[in-house]
Design a protein around this ligand. Sequence first.
Ligand code: FAD
Ligand code: NAI
Length: 477
Amino acid sequence: YSTSKPFDLVVVGGGPGGYVAAIKAAQLGLNTACVEKRGTLGGTCLNVGCIPSKALLHNSHLFHIAKHEFNDRGIDCANVAPNLLKMMKHKEKSVEGLTKGIEMLFKKNKVEYFKGIGSFISKNQIQVNDNNGKNNILDAKNILIATGSEPISIPNIKIDEKTIVTSTGALSLSEIPKKMVVIGGGVIGLELGSVWSRLGAEVTVVEFLGNIGGSAMDLQASTAFQKILTKQGMNFKLGAKVTGVATSKQGAKVNDTEHIVSIDDGKNKSQLHANVVLVAVGRRSFTDKLGLEKAGVQVDDKGRVKIDKHFKTNIPNIYAIGDVVAGPMLAHKAEEEGIAVAEQLAGGYGHVNYEAIPSVIYTHPEVAWVGKTEEEVKKSGVKYLTGQFPFLANSRAKTNADSEGFIKVITDAETDKLLGVHIIGPNAGEMIAEAVLGLEYGASSEDIARTCHAHPTLSEALKEACLTVHGLKKAIH
Ligand code: FAD
Ligand code: NAI
């Protein structure tokens, strides 16, 4: 490949951060290339993350309600059984459709797509090795690092992605395990633990902290969430550390294999038996084979590419976004950063409001939040108020016989400005958008309480939660 003139922008990594940045940059008139080594676009999110997990979450939920609820709902339905092969095919079809869709978007927007491993030769040159011995050298005025992240493991555990798996293996198990131990009660552990629990596995989640969902989750929401998941059949061992996994029987199939998971909760040591062990203890930035040193790009003590608030690394024409930099590892965060970089390069002003990035756990019910937790607000010393409304008092949730959970609103006691919104409930992931918009526009709880919400909808619960904020118990229902 020879470029007569350098690209305005070469993006390394075709995940949600990279591909969105590339499309936006091309739309804004920049001559743009994107390098991706995976063979398909969409990154972790589309290939082995957000999308396949949501396909399995949705279908395992449908199976679960068909088996446990349909008869009560007036849908006579006998012998409901999961067909794992078909469920996996459905998942693969969703992934394929979406990843190919991005290739089409690249063509439509005239982003040049290079398949292969990208690495720095200098601060203005990326070499693309296409694995067939062919090397392309791309000259670039600007380079965007969007190489994402990879799962981490814990010492003494050897991942084989068959029965000792990361999220990647857990999205493609060949059999429904009888027993599964999940190490880590964060987002991946809870989502994928739910999938296999619904399909029939006996799932135990071992979590180091005293609560599930990680430290970014409001404690009240986390406690309620754990109760709900426990009722659904998941088991939790909190405040406990996995110290090792030994394989006592290695079979050809998932359920012919047995692992012994050793646990230490500080007081007692115990063991759990499992056919599958899912290691979900976090992810780390991925910069292998990127040759950052050739361009002189610095990383921090956790290996994350260091950037300033304009996404610029220590080298002025090199930028970085998404999972490879600090901040929440979320697809929509990576996308927003990608757009901001493209806008800056095209001469505009790009900005990401980190105070208004939603988090969603796609279990059933879903958990979603934006802004600060009550613990964070308390710690900051700001005087605050809270309002809360249960879905049990929401007509739509009641009618749907799907009324677990609540909405909690935290506001500044003096200004009534929204500080945080926490939802556990059906469709929480969709409903949180209203709260995100509220935070983005600096809304008060009264603004939302005075906004007309359609009836009967779940979203009325947010209006009612806002009505209760002033401690006046002013909710209508
Ligand atoms: P990535 O998506 O990781 O993309 C980086 C890409 O760069 C990869 O395709 C990689 O192959 C490529 N690459 C790396 N090095 C090179 C190189 N040298 N040359 C060429 N290419 C290279 N987030 C959500 O917001 N919602 C969810 O529901 C959600 N679910 C998830 C479920 C799971 C199981 C997992 C694992 C993650 C999930 N995430 C979710 C997180 C989300 O996937 C990431 O935050 C997101 O993908 C980050 O985007 P990115 O573009 O920064 O990196
Ligand atoms: P995580 O950081 O969310 O959770 C890891 C959990 O493991 C933490 O609670 C931690 O305390 C625990 N842990 C660590 N070491 C342990 C040990 N030795 N024993 C027991 N517990 C231990 O990481 P996770 O779940 O792996 O997810 C990675 C990233 O992927 C997250 O940052 C998340 O943002 C993203 N993701 C997002 C999703 C979404 O938005 N719905 C879905 C899935 C992943």
